[in-house]
Design a protein around this ligand. Structure first.
Ligand code: GCU
Length: 415
């Protein structure tokens, strides 16, 4: 009886603690946050097709040789942070440590790949998961996901699946049925995402003896994740089961931000999907709707470079905005996904970014978004080089979203 009472007391304390931390989170989200279109600041976006010297960009050649490198350098140095040149050469190796040709009752083959980085400063490895459907013509197109979930966890164990669906919600059955492979890198293999452990990872391999912390213009967490995905891409170029010319990168939320930064830099990636990437992803900084730069660097100081801190409440001083990030992916197709209730990620700002990036797609002879007005909820734009959908509901990837991503990939990969 006594024990029961004590358990009840602990449960009550637990519930209170939980609801107060939820309440704290909600408060944190809402304090000084604007969600009202009528209260947006006035802003002018930096022109994507005018060089730093003020010259209008009118040809693909000028875009690729002058303006795109200029924009990438601004994003590197001021937003995400530049990957430093390693002080000692890093040796990279790939090892397929396990192959399971009977994954999902023989529907697919699963490979567990270890990507190792080594130099005299130490060794660190990244676990890379690769699934390819069986019984189809290989090599297959594939999605490369920046994953929140640890790729070594049981969530990826075939014994944990409902038909076609992994425990963590990935609809792998759908991918295999549609002829796609699915690969995943785990966000924390190379870099921890909290301030205390931030540097316990790949960073130390890059720094000279006297450096232990990134310089103001050097990589934050998202840039490190992007670097990791590029190394996974290096592996994919060696895997005959996967068509490395048809890789679609994707990620949700924080990982959507990393996915866009990966695709912007790495032209080997054929297509990019941003699932509710929001602030520092597809959403425009200058709208300051939902999450802002200030909120981001206060709550997550190392996701971006320290240089980005300087623009808090000075967004108008930024020489870039996020439409220019999407533009760097052109002419490769890009798809942006928002949720009506995901106001923290500013769905309208995500759409506008895609819309304004379309200027570059058009310059390169591709089809962009033609209307500044966001499409109706549940009406996806698929047959375009800049795709988009917004659906009812909040911050998640639903089956409906996965299917639209695959439709967009089908449209481009299987004409
Ligand atoms: C927080 C953060 C967002 C991020 C999200 C997520 O809400 O503020 O920027 O996208 O976490 O990763 O789920």
């Amino acid at each position: 009886m006594k024990l029961q009472r004590r358990a009840l007391v602990w449960m009550a304390i637990g519930c209170l603690a939980f609801s107060s931390s939820e309440a704290r989170e909600a408060k944190e989200h809402d304090r000084d946050v604007n969600y009202d279109e009528a209260r947006l600041p006035h802003y002018d976006l930096p022109p994507v097709l005018v060089t730093a010297q003020g010259k209008k960009v009118t040809t693909a050649e000028e875009w690729f040789s002058v303006r795109r490198p200029e924009i990438l350098s601004l994003f590197s140095n001021l937003i995400y942070g530049r990957v430093p040149a390693p002080a000692y050469p890093i040796e990279t190796s790939f090892e397929v440590v396990k192959t399971d040709p009977e994954f999902m009752e023989g529907k697919a083959t699963r490979k567990d790949v270890k990507i190792r980085f080594r130099n005299e400063k130490g060794e660190i490895s990244m676990h890379f998961l690769v699934f390819v459907p069986n019984g189809v013509d290989k090599p297959v197109p594939a999605f490369l996901k920046h994953s929140f979930n640890n790729t070594q966890s049981k969530d990826f164990d075939a014994s944990e699946i409902r038909p076609g669906l992994l425990k963590n919600g990935w609809p792998l059955g759908e991918f295999f049925d549609r002829g796609y492979g699915f690969c995943a890198v785990y966000q924390q293999d190379l870099v921890r995402h909290n301030e205390v452990e931030f540097l316990k990872g790949i960073h130390k391999l890059f720094y000279p003896e006297k450096q232990s912390f990134p310089k103001a213009h050097e990589w934050g967490v998202l840039a490190t994740c992007a670097w990791g995905a590029m190394r996974a891409m290096d592996y994919l170029e060696t895997d005959d089961d996967v068509d490395h010319t048809r890789i679609a990168i994707m990620g949700h939320s924080k990982m959507g931000k990393a996915a866009l930064w990966t695709a912007a830099q790495d032209q080997r990636i054929a297509l990019a999907i941003s699932a509710q990437s929001g602030c520092a992803g597809a959403a425009l900084w200058r709208r300051k709707s939902g999450e802002t730069l200030k909120k981001m660097v206060t709550r997550f100081p190392y996701w971006l470079s320290r240089n980005a801190w300087k623009f808090v409440e000075q967004e108008d001083d930024l020489p870039v905005d996020q439409h220019m990030l999407l533009a760097c992916i052109a002419p490769r197709p890009v798809y942006v996904h928002s949720g009506v209730d995901d106001t923290w990620a500013d769905g309208r700002g995500e759409y506008l970014s895609a819309y304004h990036a379309s200027e570059v797609y058009k310059l390169l002879g591709k089809k962009g978004l033609s209307s500044e007005k966001s499409p109706e909820v549940g009406v996806p734009i698929i047959k375009s080089d800049v795709g988009y959908h917004i659906r009812e509901g909040g911050h998640s990837i639903e089956m409906y979203d996965w299917q639209r991503f695959l439709d967009f990939a089908d449209y481009h990969f299987k004409p």
